[in-house]
Design a protein around this ligand. Structure first.
Ligand code: NAD
Length: 472
């Protein structure tokens, strides 16, 4: 079968195989890492407003149990298939390993279009899905911990938690059964924007090495870089916002119903406001519309950020892509055949398994918070402030100079939960990028960042299995 005929899961397998060939692990161990451990597909009924009964198809796939719990989002979309959920579950395994989050990978999905259902029906569907997962032991703080993904958000996560709690009234760690919850339900500050912020950190790290940027004909840093973003949802909107705040210029934005461009830059907040008011990004004042939304992917820019869905960059449009860097915010946006074309063109691809790992990283922090039953910073904030104040006062005495009240406030402030979350995320994203880069520099067979990311993941997962003593 040619690479252009590959399904999403087969595409992930092909990326995996390419990387596995750069390692020396035995075939049995490689196969154990590669395939999905458990696949649960089920159906349940939902009553529509007109009184008819519809049967929905749902999935939960646990790809790897080398670490527990397994972790991965839940997708609500009429395009959900078993193949897609398997691919996304596998990507979760590698993503967690790449950023040193101690979870196996999983993913879930329900095949329906939420836009066509009432809020009440979506709540019923979410709760019923959760009850089915409980019945089969596919959810729990130490077993399998879902999170938001395409078509779901904190509202759905709150329903999942409430349903799980109702079925486990005596479980003290129940809050850890799902992440991406509202703050009042045990969620963590910074989770909503975490994936977009992680994409931004990935872009900032990738562009900070002068010699790497030189090869692409770019200067180092994000300042002044032109950026195109596809998908202005949770991930795309925050990524665009953080890039803009760092001095990058958003020259085009692509949504499902069309795309807009302005070489002088689009203000992301103003576009969001326009979208809220008109229900579309099209006809934004000062910008021009693209006739076909996918034309936006081919627009001249330094960094292209696909942040909508999988399989958007294909063999058809890859030859026309002008970006120097593709920062994969969505899962699986590039097909295997497109990847070959892009690599031959010398385009740098910062892979999804790394670039969008900010969400799972902060989900990990949320899960830790739930298990420890205390907000980050609660025990240390006042103590830190006191120490900083004493230090400032000693410095003032020694130098005979004093700071203004405003300067003192900035310097002595103790860290809040959001500070820990954002600094932990930045540290994670930078370290993981440097690990991939090092792998590429150390092994001549590893020629691109995606392969480097997979090699690092395979090596870490292999160590887990070997330490379990399963493999001689
Ligand atoms: P979302 O539902 O919040 O947003 C998706 C956006 O893409 C929407 O605005 C939608 O209108 C738009 N869209 C749909 N079809 C499009 C098309 N053909 N062209 C352009 N835009 C289109 O979803 P999200 O949570 O932002 O997820 C986006 C991607 O990021 C998915 O691939 C998801 O798996 C991945 N991801 C999400 C998270 C997370 O924390 N939410 C974490 C990791 C990866």
């Amino acid at each position: 079968m040619g690479v252009n005929n590959l399904s999403f899961f087969e595409t992930v397998l092909s990326f995996f195989d390419k990387a596995a060939a750069c390692t020396s692990h035995p075939k049995g161990l490689i196969d154990q890492i590669k395939y999905c451990n458990s696949i649960y597909e089920f159906k349940f009924p939902v009553k529509r407003q007109d009184g008819t009964i519809e049967i929905l198809q749902a999935f939960r796939v646990e790809h790897s149990h080398h670490k527990l719990p397994v972790k991965g989002g839940i997708r609500f979309s009429e395009m959900v298939t078993q193949d897609e959920v398997k691919a996304l579950a596998a990507l979760m395994t590698y993503k967690c390993a790449i950023v040193d989050v101690p979870f196996g990978g999983a993913k879930g999905g329900i095949r329906f279009e939420p836009k066509n259902y009432t809020e009440e029906q979506i709540e019923h569907i979410t709760r019923r899905y959760t009850a089915e997962l409980v019945k089969k032991n596919f959810i729990g703080p130490g077993i399998d911990v879902p999170a938001p993904d395409y078509g779901t958000g904190s509202r759905e996560m709150a329903w999942i938690l409430d349903t799980y709690r109702a079925l486990h009234p005596d479980q003290i760690d129940a809050d850890g059964c799902v992440t991406g919850k509202p703050i009042a339900q045990g969620g963590i500050h910074g989770r909503t924007e975490a994936t977009g912020r992680g994409v931004f950190f990935a872009g900032r790290r990738a562009t900070c090495y002068e010699e790497d940027m030189k090869k692409l004909g770019l200067a180092k840093g994000l300042e002044g870089k032109t950026v195109v973003v596809q998908g202005l949802g949770n991930v795309g909107y925050y990524a665009a916002r953080f890039f803009q705040e760092a001095g990058a210029v958003i020259v085009a934005l692509i949504e499902w119903d069309g795309a807009i461009y302005n070489p002088k830059g689009l203000d992301i907040e103003a576009v969001q406001k326009h979208r809220r008011e008109t229900r579309s990004i099209l006809n934004f004042p000062g910008a021009r519309n693209f006739v076909k939304n996918t034309d936006g992917l081919e627009y001249e820019c330094d960094i292209l950020i696909p942040a909508a869905l999988e399989r958007q960059i294909t063999a058809q449009n890859a030859p026309n892509i002008k970006a120097k860097i593709i920062l994969e915010a969505a899962n699986g946006p590039t097909t295997a055949e497109a990847e070959k074309i892009l690599v031959e063109k010398g385009i740098m691809i910062v892979p999804d398994t790394y670039a969008n790992a900010g969400g799972v990283t902060v989900s990990y922090f949320e899960w830790l918070k739930n298990l420890s039953h205390v907000r980050f910073g609660r025990l240390s904030k006042r103590f830190e402030e006191g120490s900083h104040k004493r230090l400032v006062s000693v410095m003032e005495q020694l130098t005979g100079k004093s700071l203004t009240d405003e300067e003192k406030k900035i310097i002595t402030r103790g860290a809040d939960e959001i500070d820990f979350v954002n600094s932990g995320l930045e540290e994670t994203m930078y370290n993981a990028y440097d690990d991939m880069r090092e792998t590429m520099m150390k092994s001549p067979q590893v020629k691109d960042l995606r392969t480097a990311a997979f090699v690092n993941a395979i090596n870490k997962i292999a160590v887990s299995y070997l330490q379990m003593g399963i493999w001689p």
